[in-house]
Each structure stands twice: as structure tokens, then as C-alpha cells.
Write a protein that binds this ligand. Structure first.
Ligand SMILES: Nc1ncnc2c1ncn2[C@@H]1O[C@H](COP(=O)(O)OP(=O)(O)OP(=O)(O)O)[C@@H](O)[C@H]1O
Ligand SMILES: [Mg+2]
Length: 338
């Protein structure tokens, strides 16, 4: 049902890269006093670069406040961008107006942790799922609209006969399925999933993650995935980017990243997560970094991680390491590998 390709003349489905983010910065002003004088800035995202390949799941991980959600929202242009460049399907959308973004919004959708936080509890499931179609003027007549909602419900494993019910009549897992159906209504190519299963019971999480993986294969979706739970990330991801205080410190394929983390922060982050394979588990360093997470309001100089890094060297205090390709193909921002 999508005619987005005709609206975006530069889109080339054969191009392997769906989205490219270059040196993205999102800074929030810090103000003080009655006059709201700006006294500084929070560098929530401070020079982040990555690209999404069509059909893959690319995850962002890192401690709370490191800038994962802000990165995702800025990439969708739902958060003002301070600097950098965002290409989507080959088109530079960094400075697109909201009107120009409209056809593109259909192609990139969010899946939230709590899909009903902002929705009217008195809306029937049919209208929750179908609302994006109405907003974009794609609902068609009543018969067509109802048929599309039924199709979306079946797609996410909900009984289409439940379309007249209200959200409170559904379990947490079913509600997240409704949220996913809603995000698929416009036939997107990219889903940004910000903690999509963290509010669910552990027993339900796997069902929803598996549904997402099935949908990805069936519909050729690309996922930008954010989760705290590293076992979920390991299960679903093709590639993983590790963030620390507004910057990416390492990007690698899933297995190499989890089996042999190379950035000292990645090592520390993973050290707390047990690995199923006992051979790998035994050979992994078990040290856990100490020290408090510094604030993005006042980040350390040079490499942001240097005050907590067990392998710190003099240059780490003064020079910011660039995220660069290393001999094994992964990207690492660390002077140890320079
Ligand atoms: N609108 C805003 N105004 C000011 N600061 C903000 C705003 N949004 C986010 N921040 C700050 O930017 C930093 C990054 O926040 P962000 O929500 O992106 O982190 P996160 O990695 O998604 O964290 P979490 O894992 O807790 O969801 C935090 O220090 C946060 O307080
Ligand atoms: Mg977040």
C-alpha cells in the first residue's frame, strides 16, 4: 500500500544502507536564573556516527542517560539536531521541514516501552491501530479500513475479532502487540524500538521479541533497537553499538562484541552478564569498573571513560579517541588500538 518510493526519487531499494547518521550532535541548553541565562549545555549526543543496513537489527546499549533515546529521536527528526547529518534512503533529511518529513515519517516508526502512555484509554483497539492511517489520509472507506486493521491484528498474532475491545481488556504482551500493529500500519521500512519489552514480564518478553524477529523477516524491516537487557540484545541483534556519555565507543557484529569485547568500557559493561558457553565464560575478564558514572553535564576531558578505565594511558586524559575501523573490522574509539 505504500507509494513512498514514488515520493522519494532518490530512494534505491538496492542500496544496502537504509540510514546513515554522521557526527550527530544533540546539545540541550542549561539555563539559570530568572532570565534563563544559558550557563552551559548538556551534550546528550556528541558526535555519533553509524549506519543501518537494510533488514538488520542494530542495537544501541549503554548505561542510563548515555544518550540512546536522544540519538534515536534525533535520527527520526523528532528531536532538534544541533549538528551532523542524517541520510534516510539516500536522502539528506537533516534540514527537512515538518511538511517535507511527512511522507518520510510513514517509513520510520517508533515502538515504545509503554504504547498506551499517550493514548486515550477509551479508544477501541481498531482505532488505536488504525489511527496512523487516518492521520495520513490512507484509511480509505470503512470496509477497507476495517480489513486493514484485521490484517494488522492477524500479523501480530491478535484475534481480529477483538478489534472492538478497549486496551484495558488486554494483557501487557497483547498491548505491546497492539502497539507493534499500530507502528506497522503505514508499511514502514524502519522501526525504532526503544525498550520495547522492558515493561513486560520476563516470560512474555521472549514471545514479543520472537514476534518482532518473525515480522522483520516477513516484512523486510530494519530495526534500531534499544534495550537495557543485554541478553535480549544478544538474541535479536546483528550489530551492536556501545554508547558512553553521548559517544559511541565500539560497534561490532553481535558475537564478536559479546564474546571478545575490545573497548575497556564494553568489557566492563558485559562483565556483569553471564555467558551461556562455559569455555567463553571462563576465559572472560571478570573485572568490573568502579567509580561513579560522570555526568553528561560535566563530562571528563579526552576519552570520557578515562577516570574509570583500568587501562588508562596519559593521552586518554587529553585526546578524544576517534571511532575508527580496526584490523578485525570493528569500530573502536580507544587509544589502546591506535
Ligand atoms: N529534553 C531534554 N532536556 C534536557 N536534557 C535532556 C533532555 N532529554 C534528555 N536529556 C538528557 O540527555 C541525556 C541523555 O538522555 P537519554 O534519554 O537519551 O538517555 P538514555 O540512554 O536513553 O537513558 P535511559 O537508558 O535511561 O533511557 C541525559 O543526561 C538526559 O538527562
Ligand atoms: Mg532512553
Amino acid at each position: 500500500m505504500s507509494d513512498a518510493a514514488t515520493e522519494m526519487p532518490h530512494a534505491d531499494p538496492a542500496d544496502e544502507t537504509l540510514m546513515q547518521v554522521d557526527d550527530l550532535k544533540v546539545h540541550f541548553p542549561v539555563t539559570e536564573g530568572l532570565l534563563n541565562r544559558q550557563v552551559g549545555s548538556i551534550k546528550a549526543v556528541d558526535g555519533v556516527s553509524f549506519s543501518l543496513r537494510r533488514g538488520e537489527t542494530f542495537s544501541l546499549v549503554g548505561e542510563s542517560g548515555c544518550g540512546k533515546s536522544t540519538t534515536a529521536l534525533a535520527a527520526l527528526r523528532m528531536q532538534p539536531v544541533t549538528a551532523g547529518r542524517i541520510l534516510f534512503e539516500g536522502v539528506d533529511i537533516t534540514h527537512y521541514s515538518q511538511a517535507q518529513m511527512r511522507p518520510i515519517r510513514r517509513r520510520m516508526q517508533m515502538v515504545y516501552q509503554d504504547p498506551f502512555g499517550s493514548l486515550n484509554p477509551r479508544m477501541r483497539v481498531r482505532d488505536i491501530i488504525g489511527e496512523p492511517l487516518v492521520v495520513h489520509g490512507l484509511a480509505g472507506d470503512k470496509v477497507k479500513y476495517k480489513a486493514r486493521v484485521r490484517e494488522l491484528m492477524a500479523l501480530v498474532g491478535l484475534l481480529p475479532d477483538m478489534a472492538d475491545r478497549y486496551p484495558h481488556e488486554f494483557s501487557g504482551g497483547q498491548r505491546q502487540r497492539i502497539g507493534i500493529a499500530r507502528s506497522l500500519a503505514l508499511d514502514p521500512s524502519l522501526l525504532i524500538c526503544d525498550e520495547p519489552v522492558s515493561a513486560l514480564d520476563v516470560s512474555i518478553q521472549a514471545q514479543v521479541v520472537n514476534l518482532m524477529m518473525d515480522l522483520q523477516e516477513q516484512l523486510g524491516l530494519t530495526y534500531l533497537f534499544i534495550a537495557h537487557d543485554l541478553s535480549v540484545v544478544r538474541h535479536i541483534s546483528n550489530r551492536v553499538a556501545v554508547m558512553y556519555l553521548g559517544r559511541i565507543v565500539e560497534i561490532a557484529d553481535r558475537d564478536p562484541l559479546f564474546d571478545t569485547p575490545r573497548h575497556p568500557y564494553t568489557e566492563a559493561l558485559l562483565a556483569a552478564v553471564p555467558v551461556a558457553n562455559p569455555v567463553i565464560e571462563a576465559s572472560r575478564p571478570q573485572q568490573i569498573v568502579t567509580g561513579e558514572v560522570p555526568s553528561v553535564r560535566n563530562p571528563p576531558s579526552g576519552c570520557h571513560f578515562h577516570p574509570r578505565c583500568p587501562k588508562v594511558m596519559p593521552e586518554c586524559k587529553t585526546e578524544t579517541p576517534a571511532l575508527r575501523p580496526r584490523d578485525d573490522g570493528r569500530l573502536i574509539a580507544c587509544h589502546l588500538y591506535d
